[in-house]
Design a binder for this molecule. Structure first.
Ligand code: NAD
Length: 420
């Protein structure tokens, strides 16, 4: 990441643009510029070698105007306050664009899970959960997995919170193991939503999935499920990458084999994978491949002023949050690259998190089929609405998504009025 990049500025810029088009005054959107709560915590942990190390963590609630704060927990060495603020704000607008009754929040711990043992990750999780416990809860703020965290981490968060409360609280986090009230379909939900979105955009443009080449940056939860489902839909996934670098094969990679290899060990990276006919490429090279669809599914600011001119994909589907910096947006629009924005494209995860929370609160469980069907019934109309409003405004899909989202958040704020 470059030093001047501040993802929170990106959010403010696109929100202001949408508010201007909607005719809102500065007063109407002033409060949206400030996260409602920012908590920074110190997390002392006894490491496996007997030493004590202190990690820093955050939980930020950007908005609770439309409902409890909702958003993931990231464990990554680059976690910082501005990043968590931006991620929390994106959650506010993501929940609004798909119209689920949540605000936005996000959390993170500065650590590298690839260099920690399971015991150390669990210790960080428990102490972090205890530190943010005053802010979270099923009616206040509901965390979920993000980069570097998974269902196991959510299980430990749920257990820690329940121990502190003295009773079982299923609804405090989503993305939990199924045994603890996790929703069937949640682990695949973000990738499934990306698949629905990709199919929707191809259909609008009259492109046959069978003739579609795809490159995916990031092979974690979101990237790997996206690869699996797009491959299953007949698309040709020619390149994938992770933090260790990428691989490319013009005739299409063997996605089931890659997923099998990665799933055998939590720490397996693509650098250890081999397949006939593949070549190794860097993450930077992957982003600049001549493919129909590019899917960034790793971190923010991957497509920026430095490389936007060299992007050759026709369509970018943002599976990651904030992968395109705002100056790159203008360059891409000028080149005619269609960008499907993160707050729409990757909303499948929070939609099924919402389903999980609804099931927890009602003590019921839905089948995976029901979950997937309900997900499609939210993602497809949300895509149509964003597509239509963008065409009416002659603007980008990102602006269209924010026109819908900002309006919903501002109108909720207005209806509640300023307290007291
Ligand atoms: P993950 O931790 O499961 O996977 C992250 C992937 O990115 C890994 O393959 C990792 O090796 C790779 N990566 C890390 N640093 C990298 C770097 N510097 N360059 C290239 N690759 C790198 O995380 P995830 O849950 O799949 O999240 C990926 C993105 O999707 C994030 O932007 C996240 O905020 C977003 N997202 C996740 C969810 C969800 O449900 N998990 C929902 C919506 C959006």
């Amino acid at each position: 990441m470059n030093n001047t990049y501040n993802p929170y500025d990106n959010v403010l810029k696109v929100v202001s643009e949408a508010a201007n088009i909607l005719g809102y005054t500065d007063s109407d959107i002033e409060a949206l510029k400030y996260p409602e709560r920012e908590l920074k915590v110190a997390i002392p942990v006894r490491m496996d070698d007997g030493s004590t190390k202190v990690f820093e963590g955050y939980r930020i609630q950007h908005s609770t105007s439309r409902g409890p704060a909702k958003g993931g927990i990231r464990f990554h060495p680059d976690v910082n306050l501005d990043e968590v603020k931006a991620l929390a704000a994106w959650m506010t607008f993501k929940c609004a664009v798909v119209n689920i009754p949540y605000g936005g929040g996000k959390g993170g711990v500065v650590c590298d899970p690839n260099k920690l043992s399971e015991d150390e990750i669990r210790a960080i999780t428990r102490r972090f959960t205890a530190a943010i416990a005053p802010l979270i809860g099923p009616e206040q703020d509901i965390p979920a997995p993000d980069v570097g965290t998974n269902a196991a981490v959510m299980g430990w968060m749920m257990d820690t919170y329940s121990m502190l409360k003295g009773h079982c609280v299923h609804g405090v986090v989503t993305g939990k193991p199924i045994e603890l009230g996790g929703a069937l379909g949640r682990s695949e939900a973000t990738g499934r939503g990306v698949m629905f979105t990709t199919k929707n955009v191809l259909k609008k443009l009259g492109i046959d999935p069978e003739n579609t080449t795809v490159a995916i940056q990031g092979m974690g939860n979101v990237g790997s499920i996206t690869a699996k489902l797009l491959h299953r839909e007949g698309m040709k996934v020619v390149a994938v990458s992770d933090v260790s670098g990428g691989i490319y094969k013009e005739s299409g990679l063997n996605i089931p084999e890659i997923l099998d290899y990665l799933s055998q060990n939590r720490k397996n990276l693509l650098s250890g994978y081999e397949e006939d006919g593949m070549t190794r490429i860097s993450n930077a090279e992957l982003l600049e491949l001549d493919v129909k669809v590019l899917i960034p599914a790793a971190l923010e600011n991957q497509i920026n002023a430095a490389n936007a001119e060299r992007i050759r994909a026709d369509i970018i589907v943002e599976a990651a949050n904030g992968p395109t910096a705002s100056e790159a947006d203008d360059i891409l629009a000028g080149k005619g690259v269609l960008v499907v924005p993160d707050i729409l494209a990757n909303a499948g995860g929070v939609v099924v998190s919402y389903f999980e929370w609804v099931q927890n609160i009602q003590s019921v469980s839905w089948t995976e089929e029901t979950v997937n069907e309900k997900l499609k019934n939210i993602m497809d109309p949300a895509f149509e609405a964003v597509w239509d409003i963008s065409r009416k405004n002659n603007g980008t899909l990102r602006t269209g998504a924010y026109l819908i989202a900002v309006k919903r958040v501002v109108e909720a704020k207005k209806a509640r009025a300023i307290w007291p």
